[in-house]
Design a binder for this molecule. Structure first.
Ligand code: PMP
Length: 632
């Protein structure tokens, strides 16, 4: 049967994205071509705008069969140690100046081929220097045995290094993959085989390189190049399949963590040694808390604590099971009734957290409707819910009804949903609710608003965004959390009877998770009562928003305060961290918020206000912010 070599090269705007070649018999040619096209199109470097396919018939009698180099593994405890192992292997091969060879490998500019150095005189042999020598016309025998054409860096490298090692005069090949997900490199030689080395770099690093160390006393360079570039080779006796070791997995995770640290994105948990009140203590240091979502300062309220303690004494610590099996007790039912009365809806559903509520609601609705329109700045729990949904998610520009309408009109659907934060958790700005409700009506879409930061905060009685805008109507689904202004814990959704019944039967975070504890439930119910009985706290919080805006203006900022969440833009992650640490020294706890909570390079200091802050404290915080940000 005729044998063909198929070569694929793909690029996007002139930039190489992927390349591969296969040598197969005629019966597998069509499948090979389509698999290579798929591989080009699905490459993580991006969709190519140019795919070059070259198919050449080979003369079977001219194909050289080479046994695969034997493979061994050597592993370092760090990247530096792995390079030391490489050095040691070069010494074993008698290569002069091993350190210098490794430096050459590390300092190569991005190049498709390999740079070749003559170890007899130290000279670089491949010219011009920008291309390198590209080894082609090679494959493993029976290439299809390893599934269809998914990239397997190890197998491809073993084929290449087996051919390379067979070139006359070749002493060794050194390689670091340019694949940002592949941390393993190697040193290969006819003498000592293929030695896998890892880790050689951090995950996400797309720098790589390949050098050939050649000995001009043992072969002619021109002959070696001809062999590498023209001689068809099939490699036999490839290892069956190489599974990763547990160390490989640990390397991937460890290097990921290292790169988070290197990019200023690593976080540590700070233990606060005092209860949720505005004055806190961390170790011996006393600080004024400006980062709590306990906006109305109910978390330490004595009535709430007594009610919670009484519920624990009466109903116990755990709820015993999921809400649909054994986990619903009178406190849960009472709370849901109270929530639906508060928001004037038919029914309500209580979840263990706001996060669980959003993930459950959106994944369940998204199983049924065709499309979800979601604001680009929505909270992570909404994003995660959309990710779990089968519906398409269409992301519209932040708080931009014009963009939303354009996207709605550009989309074909029979049923859909618009979802938005009520107060955006990082921007602190308020959803343009009237426009969202109008668009919902106009295009027959359900609407859902996450009132996590507006329930208890906006509106005269804390009923959130609809009350803030003075609207009689509200979204179809009002979602919220009891963990913020209510000072307790747990998520909820209120809406019409059929919607809530649907969610009760379909929201998996509700169905498959143990019910909130009697303590959480009682605390939530007590908080809801407090919010209703003490509108003066809401007024105090709203007054504090105005006072803080004035204080920020007086100290030179141009920031409008729309809610209890006040982002102070910084930008650079490290600068934000430094500013936050400095504020801590000055006695203020205002955390730096970085990616992934906000986009990269858009770090903020996020100040959160409570009803209990005094004017003096608000002004002191504004002054401290100015001293670290404006005068820095
Ligand atoms: N939605 C928004 C807008 C939030 O900010 C948060 C909490 N950060 C949640 C939902 C999740 O609520 P919970 O903390 O109760 O899980």
């Amino acid at each position: 049967m005729a044998i063909f070599t198929v070569k694929m090269r793909a690029s996007q705007q002139g930039r190489h994205t992927s390349g591969a070649e296969k040598t197969v018999d005629e019966s597998r040619l069509t499948k090979t071509v389509s698999a290579l096209i798929r591989r080009a199109k699905e490459h993580e470097l991006g969709q190519p705008d140019f795919i070059n396919l070259k198919i050449e018939q080979q003369n079977p009698s001219q194909i050289v069969f080479l046994p695969a180099l034997p493979v061994t593994d050597r592993r370092g405890n760090s990247i530096e140690e792995t390079f030391r192992i490489m050095e040691e292997e070069l010494e074993k091969l008698g290569v002069p100046q091993p350190k210098r060879q490794i430096e050459r490998l590390k300092s190569l500019p991005p190049m498709r081929g390999a740079a070749v150095f003559d170890i007899a005189c130290g000279e670089r042999l491949d010219v011009p220097f920008d291309r390198g020598i590209r080894v082609t016309y090679m494959d493993e025998e029976n290439a299809f045995s390893d599934g269809l054409m998914r990239k397997n860096p190890f197998r491809e490298a073993l084929v290449l290094s087996t051919k390379t090692a067979a070139a006359e005069g070749m002493v060794a090949e050194l390689c670091i993959s340019d694949d940002p997900n592949y941390l393993t490199g190697y040193i290969a030689s006819a003498q000592n085989g293929y030695i896998r080395l890892s880790p050689m770099k951090q995950k996400g690093d797309s720098r790589g390189g390949r050098i050939f160390l050649f000995d001009s006393r043992k072969g002619r360079f021109e002959d070696a190049v001809r062999f590498l570039q023209e001689q068809p080779v099939l490699v036999t006796g490839m290892p069956e399949r190489l599974f990763p070791t547990q160390d490989d997995c640990a390397d991937v995770i460890r290097t990921n963590l290292e790169s988070q640290k290197a990019n200023g994105l690593h976080r540590r948990i700070t233990v606060i040694d005092s209860p949720q009140k505005k004055k806190i203590r961390i170790g011996k240091k006393k600080l004024l808390l400006f980062s709590s979502n306990n906006y109305l300062d109910w978390a330490m309220n004595s009535t709430m604590r007594l009610k919670t303690a009484a519920a624990v004494l009466k109903w116990g610590c755990g709820s015993g099971g999921s809400r649909l099996t054994t986990g619903t007790q009178p406190p849960h039912a009472r709370l849901e009734a109270a929530l639906s009365r508060f928001f004037e809806t038919d029914d309500a559903l209580f979840f263990s957290t706001g996060y669980a509520a959003n993930v459950g609601i959106l994944s369940a609705l998204g199983k049924t409707v065709d499309v979800i329109f979601s604001d680009e700045s929505n909270h992570a729990s909404i994003i995660d819910g959309c990710r779990l949904a089968k519906a398409d998610t269409v992301v519209y520009r932040h708080n931009d009804p014009v963009d939303l309408e354009r996207k709605i009109r550009g989309c074909s659907f029979r049923s859909g949903l618009i979802v938005s934060d009520g107060v955006f958790s990082m921007g602190g700005d308020i959803v343009r609710l009237p426009e969202i409700l109008t668009l919902g009506k106009k295009y027959g879409l359900l609407t859902m608003i996450d009132e996590a930061h507006s329930f208890g905060v906006l509106g005269k009685t804390g009923r959130g965004t609809a009350e803030h805008f003075g609207l009689k109507e509200n979204a179809d689904l009002i979602m919220g959390t009891l963990s913020k202004a209510a000072g307790a814990e747990g998520g909820f959704v209120c809406g019409s009877a059929f919607l809530i019944d649907f969610l009760r039967n379909n929201a998996r975070s509700f169905i498959f998770s143990t019910a909130p504890t009697p303590a959480d439930t009682a605390a939530a119910a007590a908080a809801l009562k407090r919010i209703q009985r003490h509108p003066e706290r809401i007024r105090r919080l709203q007054r504090n928003m105005k006072l803080f805006e004035q204080a920020l203006t007086d100290f030179g900022f141009d920031i409008s305060v729309n809610s209890a969440v006040v982002p102070i833009p910084v930008g650079d992650e490290e600068t934000a961290l430094r500013a936050s640490n400095r504020l801590r020294q000055l006695g203020f706890w205002i955390p730096a918020i970085r990616y992934p909570s906000v986009p990269r390079g858009k770090a903020i200091l996020r100040a959160a206000l409570t009803a209990s802050h005094t004017e003096k404290e608000l002004r002191a915080a504004a002054k401290a912010l100015a001293s670290v940000l404006i005068r820095e």
